[in-house]
Structures are given as C-alpha cells and as structure tokens.
Design a protein around this ligand. Structure first.
Ligand code: HEC
Length: 188
C-alpha cells in the first residue's frame, strides 16, 4: 500500500514537473521580462487589427503604410479633401477627411514630445478619450475616429495599446487641427 501510494505521488509530481517545464518552454525563455513583452506584443497586435494605420500613417503606394513614418499622422503634403455636407470624403492616403463635422486629420500617435501623443496624453487620459470620445481638453473626438468601436476594449487592452504606442519611434509631425464645416455659400 505504501509503495503504491508513493508511486502515485511520484507519478503526479513528475507530471506536474513536466507540465511546469512545458509551460515554461511554451511561453518565453525569460520569464522576468515576459509580462512587459507580452503586453507590448498585445498592443502591437491591437494597433494592427484595429487599423490605426489606415488613418494615422502616411502611405507608400496605394494604402500600404510607410513603416518609416508609422503612426505619425497626416503628412504635411496631404491636402484636405473637398467638402460636401451630404458625403464623407477622404484623401487618397486616408489621413485627411471631410464630412458634415468639418475637416479632420489623422493625429500623430507617436511618442514625440512636441507633436505626438506624449504631449497631451497619459495612459489614463488615453483610456478616457477612447472610452468617452472627448479629448483631454474636453473637445469632441471627431469622425471618422471610431472610438465608439474601440471603447469596448477592456482596460488591459487599452493599456497595452498605449504602452505599445510609447515604444514606436517618435516622429516630429505637426498635424493640422480639425476645422469646422465650411460655411454654406451665401444665398441671394
Ligand atoms: C477611420 C479612421 C481612423 C482610424 C481607423 C483610427 N483613427 Fe484615431 N483619429 C482619426 C482622426 C481623423 C482623428 C482626429 C480627430 C479630431 O481631430 O477630433 C483621430 C484622433 C485620434 C486620437 C486623438 C488624438 C488627439 O490629438 O487628441 C487618438 C488618441 C487616436 N485617434 C487613436 C487611435 C487608435 C489607437 C486607433 C486604432 C486602434 C485609431 N485612432 C484608429 C481617425 C482614425
């Protein structure tokens, strides 16, 4: 009986040991940095599938984001599209938009201290903006920024997204402020 019990305990501890080893090799060889690395990988993934590049990155050809200027916002060379109060118009690189709300430009999301997210955002205000659709100064976050879709992200995902955006290269690019709709032509 004693031997059977002993063997069973040994068997279980061997299984546990094997499980622990397998667990270790399946995740990361350096567990100390893995929590941060996992968070950044998650943030990168969310920024990718969240399509932030579509509106926040200059493009190479067609709609391929330029990796050298990733997330740096509407480039100076992109002109505002034409306005028609009944339609939404976009520039060919999708960084400048016009609609019933006026003209809006994809913001610089890089950690540049003068022109990027870092200037006005902290992790907490980033989360608040994506949840409430209000910029830190209290202004509305204009379309087509789809915050209404992003607000369902749990805190951990929004934190991961913010953390990832802090690690990308800072690019100095002052994006034009949004403008209200052009006044309707005067009636005679
Ligand atoms: C369909 C286009 C579009 C997509 C996709 C998009 N954005 Fe935006 N975003 C915009 C526009 C346009 C603005 C500027 C709005 C304004 O001026 O009020 C903006 C503004 C922002 C702002 C506020 C910047 C500021 O200066 O206060 C943040 C933060 C932001 N976007 C983050 C993101 C993140 C993160 C993603 C991806 C998860 C994303 N956006 C995806 C179009 C988009």
């Amino acid at each position: 009986m004693r031997t059977v019990f002993g063997t069973a305990v040994l068997g279980i501890s061997m299984m546990l040991g094997a499980g622990a080893l397998m667990g270790q090799s399946a995740s990361s060889p350096a567990p100390a940095q893995s929590a941060k690395a996992r968070q950044l990988a998650r943030g990168r993934y969310l920024a990718t599938i969240g399509a932030c590049n579509d509106c926040h990155s200059p493009k190479l050809e067609g709609l391929t984001p330029d990796p050298k200027r990733a997330f740096s916002g509407r480039p100076q060379t992109t002109m505002a599209p034409s306005e028609n109060p009944k339609e939404i118009h976009a520039s060919l690189d999708l960084t400048a938009w016009a609609g019933p709300w006026g003209v809006s430009y994809g913001a610089n999301l890089t950690p540049d201290p003068e022109t990027g997210l870092k200037k006005r955002y902290t992790e907490a205000s980033f989360i608040k903006t994506l949840r409430t659709g209000k910029k830190p100064e209290g202004e509305d976050l204009l379309p087509p920024m789809p915050w209404i879709l992003y607000k369902v992200m749990p805190d951990a995902d929004l934190k991961a997204l913010y953390a990832y955006l802090q690690t990308i290269p800072a690019i100095n690019n002052n994006v034009k402020n949004a403008a209200p709709p052009a006044p309707a032509p005067a009636k005679r």
